[in-house]
Design a protein around this ligand. Structure first.
Ligand code: NAP
Length: 483
């Protein structure tokens, strides 16, 4: 299946922090892939901006390396050269006076202007202020703000207020790259473009929902940031919360930014406060050839969680009585993220041999091998009576939609093009972010007040034993974490 590519309007994209890790690994390679796909028009320009002294040629060399590391081949030198020609660089200090006049000279009137804040969050306010002070932002200029968006509700609110001094809500694109994942958007397509699932999508038919976001890496390299955040702030408040919203929300009346975001906000507001017994925090110890969390974070006394599991309840008509179990952590058994919707038993068993019976599960894999799988019961083939067995109806997106996995666009590619198109549907609104913090803050405050210490777990495991018990006590089981 060949996807239709509609070129976006000509644009100037300024990547503040254009020499950083995110620009190198995601933004520049993502733009290159959109260029290869024909979505970047010939007049598009990308300007890297950071403090380091560098000219256009040096920045193009930096970008060429970034692309070579991640693009995976399939393009020729001519395509790379044509892309690199569209790149430039200006040395700019987000918090000082360096480079702003030069940046102003580079930006063109009459094209879409977008500024990607790929710098430390402490600089977001200074950047917004300077863009206006130097008259570099008009009413149509868009700013893209990276995570983390605040550390708690108060800081998120303060950041919203600072950005609002300089930009309207319609100009602010708060990025959560989970929303750019093809499968996550497919969750909405599966729910709202089919008649099959939506009638069953409620507490009457859904026993529970499981969301797992498991990583094999530790925190080495970003320990200083992570130790201040922990899994709750780094993953749950943003990515997992967005997944809960997309699973649980009511159908919006249209697939439009505020219609979707209004429905997501209602879900966040309907979340019950987390009780202490609903949360299990964990921290990985040392294992064969891998350092402990505390060594990785360079904090021998750290009580920060590198794993969290929780039972979440949504108090509304649709979901009352259906728990959502979430878990996310570092140094787990496999790198695997999935959402699983486990349906209830049929109301009455008509077959004699029910021992092979298993619940229907719709699972949506976010990574690796994005795809959707539905387990259904069938008769075990062959004579010997009516024995039941479950089989997967499997749709791997890589197989179904393209020649290989490389055809599935990375989340950042999709989201950057949405910014240029002026479509905020897959970006978080300010009130959503604040509401998400308002839900996580009391849970964090409660475990801090109680002096809760994270349970240790072995690297390569599925997390602490208590996390397994969280579901076992409810008579349910986590699904295996596997690639
Ligand atoms: P990074 O590797 O530390 O890069 C920071 C960039 O900001 C560099 O280009 C740096 O260049 C520039 N910079 C620092 N101070 C500046 C200033 N005063 N004026 C202008 N530029 C300045 O950081 P990163 O990992 O790319 O992360 C960037 C943002 O994305 C952060 O908000 C981070 O939380 C977020 N994020 C990153 C990832 C990731 O995978 N890396 C994932 C999610 C979110 P100079 O020092 O030369 O100025």
């Amino acid at each position: 299946m060949v996807s239709r590519v509609i070129p976006v309007e000509p644009f100037d994209l300024v990547v503040f922090g254009g020499t950083g890790d995110l620009a190198r690994r995601k933004i520049l390679p993502g733009l290159f892939r959109r260029f290869l796909a024909g979505q970047m028009p010939p007049e598009a320009r990308v300007i890297g901006a950071a403090r380091a002294a560098m000219d256009d040629a040096a920045y193009r060399a930096f970008a060429a390396e970034a692309i070579a590391e991640t693009a995976g081949g399939g393009d020729g030198p001519a395509a790379r050269a044509a892309f690199l020609e569209r790149l430039g660089y200006v040395a700019v200090d987000a918090a000082g006076t360096l480079g702003w006049d030069e940046l102003g000279r580079r930006l063109r009137p009459g094209v879409v202007r977008a500024c990607y804040f790929s710098v430390a969050p402490a600089l977001f306010g200074a950047l917004a202020e300077r863009l206006q002070a130097h008259s570099l932002a008009g009413p149509d200029t868009r700013i893209v703000v990276e995570k983390p968006f605040g550390h708690d509700r108060a800081s998120a609110r303060a950041l919203n207020a600072t950005l609002a001094l300089h930009f309207g809500e319609g100009q602010i694109y708060r990025i959560d790259h989970y929303l750019g994942k093809e499968t996550v958007q497919n969750l909405m397509a599966v729910r709202f473009a089919n008649i099959l699932f939506e009638p069953l999508w409620n507490a009457r038919f859904v026993d529970h929902v499981q969301i797992t976001v498991a990583e094999t890496v530790g925190v080495a390299g970003r320990g200083a940031y992570y130790d201040q955040a922990g899994a709750m702030r780094d993953m749950v408040q943003n990515h997992l919360m967005q997944l809960i919203c997309l699973i649980a929300m009511e159908p919006p009346h249209r697939f439009e930014p505020d219609a979707v975001r209004d429905e997501k906000l209602k879900v966040i507001r309907a979340l019950d406060p987390l009780a202490p017994g609903d949360v299990v925090r964990g921290q990985y110890g040392a294992g064969a050839g891998v350092a402990s969390y505390r060594a990785d974070a360079d904090n021998p006394a750290s009580d920060t969680e590198s794993f969290v599991a929780m039972r979440v309840r949504i108090s509304n008509w649709r979901w009352k009585g259906t728990p959502f179990y979430l878990r996310t952590g570092k140094r787990l058994r496999a790198r695997a993220s999935e959402i699983a919707i486990a349906f209830r038993e049929p109301p009455h068993a008509i077959f004699d041999q029910q021992e092979g019976w298993k619940e229907n599960v719709l699972s949506i894999r976010l990574q690796p091998n994005e795809g959707i799988n539905l387990r259904v019961m069938i008769k075990e083939p062959g004579p010997g009576g009516m024995r039941l067995t479950d089989v997967p109806l499997d749709m791997s997106f890589a197989t179904a939609l393209g020649a290989n996995g490389a055809d599935i666009p990375d989340a950042y590619e999709r989201l950057i093009m949405d910014v240029i198109r002026g479509n905020q549907t897959l970006f978080m609104r300010g009130d959503e972010v604040e509401a998400a913090w308002a839900w996580t803050d009391p849970a964090i405050a409660a475990w801090q007040a109680a002096g809760d210490r994270p349970r240790p777990y072995d690297p390569g495991s599925s997390g602490p034993e208590d996390a397994l018990m969280l579901m076992h006590r409810d008579g349910r089981r986590w699904r295996d974490i596997r690639e």
